[in-house]
Design a protein around this ligand. Structure first.
Ligand code: PGA
Length: 257
């Protein structure tokens, strides 16, 4: 029996205005709003982060950023700091999403600095790792994922590692409708845990939660959550609709189908 509490995180990417954000909060069902098992985290664009935090005040829904810079403040036009995220109501922050790596020059080195900055400000990092299609086809999946995990956690104190969330997101499964087979996703999530055990401590590795992400839907979540190494999901497209996200949060009930 696992002692890790499952977490379902939504990644809204570059979607939703203020009005759409408030409409989502209004429509999100009460049982999903008050869910503590699984934990529920929503990561909206910066412009609506505070509005979402205000709209979910008094509920169990937690709010996260989709990225952060590593400095607290300064002349860094266009950037947002961990201090600002906390101030706006965030408890979590996605770091190293594949879209940041692909389109915005995110590297394993910048991921590591951001992880350290988030932890310094008690923001829970949701660290994304995963292989591209050509890497999978070349048999490089395990190597790519292990190196991303090792570099993300470089010089992170072992006692801080247990509080981190990882998300295994095979890049070819994001937004494509192609989910990774559950047993294969389970295997790679287990590999992430083994890598953490070697870098930090076995206790930290046992406590770290590893989410799966990539075309998670109400129809796929129950099978994914049944895998022993998968502790939750990072949901993109299906988190934009309040009823589909609520079905994913309520994956234990038959209503998911
Ligand atoms: P998707 O996105 O659920 O739309 O595939 C997942 C993600 O990018 O985190």
């Amino acid at each position: 029996m696992t002692m890790r509490k499952p977490a379902i995180a939504g990644n809204w990417k570059m979607y939703k205005t203020l009005a759409e954000t408030r409409a989502f909060a209004e429509a999100f069902p009460a049982d999903a709003k008050n869910s503590t098992d699984p934990e529920v985290i929503l990561c909206p664009p910066f412009t609506v982060l505070n509005a979402l935090a205000e709209a979910f005040k008094g509920t169990a829904v937690q709010v996260g950023g989709q990225d952060t810079f590593w400095q607290d403040e300064g002349a860094y036009t266009g950037e947002v700091s961990p201090v600002m995220l906390k101030d706006a109501g965030a408890s979590h922050v996605i770091i190293g999403h594949s879209e940041r790596r692909q389109f915005f020059g995110e590297t394993d080195g910048s991921v590591n600095r951001k992880v350290q900055a988030a932890l310094q400000w008690q923001l829970v990092p949701i660290i994304c790792v995963g292989e591209k299609l050509e890497e999978r086809e070349a048999g490089l999946t395990d190597n790519v994922v292990i190196v991303q995990v090792q570099r993300a956690l470089l010089n992170v104190a072992p006692e801080l590692v247990s509080g981190v969330l990882f998300a295994y997101e095979p890049v070819w499964a994001i937004g494509t409708g192609k989910t990774c087979a559950s047993d294969e996703a389970n295997r790679v999530c287990g590999l992430i845990r083994e890598t953490i055990a070697k870098m930090a401590t076995p206790e930290a590795a046992a406590a770290v939660r590893v989410l799966y992400g990539g075309s998670v839907k109400p129809e796929t979540i129950a099978e994914q959550m049944a895998q022993p190494e998968i502790d939750g999901a990072l949901v993109g497209g299906a988190s934009l609709d309040p009823s589909s996200f609520a079905k994913i949060v309520g994956y234990r009930t038959a209503a998911a189908h």
